[in-house]
Ligand binder design. Structure first.
Ligand SMILES: [Zn+2]
Length: 142
């Protein structure tokens, strides 16, 4: 039976820290740091998402990838992955976060454009930024 045995951390503007009660506001608008912990159980890199499309959708996408890893699939930098979202493939890009390399999910915009495309919609075009640019006013250590 398929069972989610990893966790998802979502660090985003307006989310209060469980430790200190402070609300986070250090991210660029509409950007966040959502990432898995537990893919290492499968000898796999963790996944990350940085576009704040809402916690439900973020968890859905990260869990779909996790379940595919659990079922034996392996993903790598530069890969396009189908059957995660409707109509388009997503892409995976290796990025460093907290000194660790993980696979960042890059979502296409409604037109199917990715960040390197000049037509790519606002916010979607920031998904390839390094974390220090997405999170310039970091206040919480996660
Ligand atoms: Zn975390």
């Amino acid at each position: 039976m398929k069972r989610v045995n990893w966790i998802i951390h979502l660090v985003a503007n307006g989310v209060r820290c469980g430790e200190c009660g402070e609300a986070e506001n250090g991210f660029l608008p509409n950007m966040c740091d959502a990432h898995t912990h537990g893919m290492d159980k499968y000898g796999h890199q963790e996944f990350q998402m940085v576009l704040m499309i809402g916690p439900e959708l973020i968890c859905y996408i990260l869990n779909e990838l996790g379940l595919r890893v659990q079922a034996g699939e392996r993903f790598k930098d530069g890969e396009s992955v189908s059957e995660i979202i409707k109509d388009f493939d997503i892409r995976l890009k290796e990025e460093e976060s907290d000194g660790k390399k993980l696979l960042r999910v890059i979502l296409p915009d409604a037109q199917g454009c990715f960040p390197e495309d000049a037509q790519c919609a606002e916010y979607y075009n920031q998904q390839h930024y390094p974390m220090r640019m997405l999170y310039p006013n970091r206040s919480i250590v996660n």
